[in-house]
Design a protein around this ligand. Sequence first.
Ligand SMILES: [Zn+2]
Length: 442
Amino acid sequence: MKKIYKPSIVYYEDKFQEGKGVLEENGEILEVTSFEELLSKYKDAEVVEWNENIMVPGTTNIHNHSFQSLLRGIAADKPFLEWRDKSLYAFSPKLSAEDLYTGAVFAFGEMLKYGVTSVSDFFYVHNDGVESDEAIIKAAKDVGIRLVLARTMYDWDGAPKGYVETIDEAVKNVKNLAVKYQGNDMVKIVPAPHSLHAASVAMVKAGHKLAKELGTNYHIHIAEEPFEVEQVQKEFGLRPVELLNKIGVLDESMVGIHCVWLNDNEIKLMGDNKAKLAYCPSSNMFLADGVTDIPAMMKAGVEIGFGSDGACSNNRISIFEEMRMCALLQKVTKLDSLCVNYKDVFSMGTEIGGKILQLPVGKIEKGYKADFVGINKNDMSMQPIFNSGEQIMPNIVYSMQPCAIDHVVVDGKERVRKGEILTVSESKIVKDVQKLMSKLEK
Ligand SMILES: [Zn+2]
């Protein structure tokens, strides 16, 4: 059945506009035009009134590790490798497929509530096979969030056993899952060779080759910490992006995560080859990784989207939050208040993120998916607003709190109403997480 959304204000054609309606059917936007016109054309359509709401596209979280929501607050404020060993490596081997499901419902539920409608889960706790991957896919389905499962390919044997596969196993598992979910609007599988420190050159090449075969992008962590740069330089005599270029995998299908420690030439290489960046400012700050040079990346023509990263290194999982963090961090690093503006970060968190995930999301326009967020314009954190609407986007980026998010719609279905998740019970999520954590604490 067709629905006409009637928000107070909608972000359409790069402007906040009143009096517009958005026509939706089967999860897709069919038309955006004056509400009166839609109503006269489609008399039988259901009208959804959002009288107090500003409708914006749902946000895209292009880098997350859902199970890490279970590890939030554990071994906080430790150096990177110590945090990794005491948090990730200590707990992830104890997690069964059922526990990973609990973690994913928790993560996806929380981020949905904060306006994330598409998430890429960079998932590596496979525990031999695809049962755990399927648990993540089921969690996304149950919560009602759009999922891009960046299924890792990992062959460094210094990590917990459950992460590690041979190249043949990794290729087979990613491929089988990708084929199984081909054509599914809500689930997409992409290869994700973990990084140059956790995947061999042969594994990275296999991931790139598989992405070509599947017609997808591939995701890879790059130069999050100086240790990776040192390691790659020692072994190959090249810097990370130079190595990726040399082995023939640096192209438009590469989504590089973090890219903190790149030099000018590597940034230029990324731009020249149309590679993409998944930027995680809060996580980089939390782990004291360093500051990715976003103005230089933008100048080089690199498309940039945001990731919250795992909730144990952020520790919030909201893309509106990353918009704010990116703008603030870059301004103070460059001592230039103009270097990244609110419009830049808003489009990174919506439209560009959607492009990087290769999904028709992130824009309210005919042909895009009906993934929306309804922001309460009367929430104190959104005020004041002139009649001209001048403050709307600055307020969304710089002052809005999650309590201003009233509605979240994914694929034309309402998932959050008046701030409450409709698909899964929040109190049950919390109960399940508490039960699991008391088991893990022993
Ligand atoms: Zn990551």
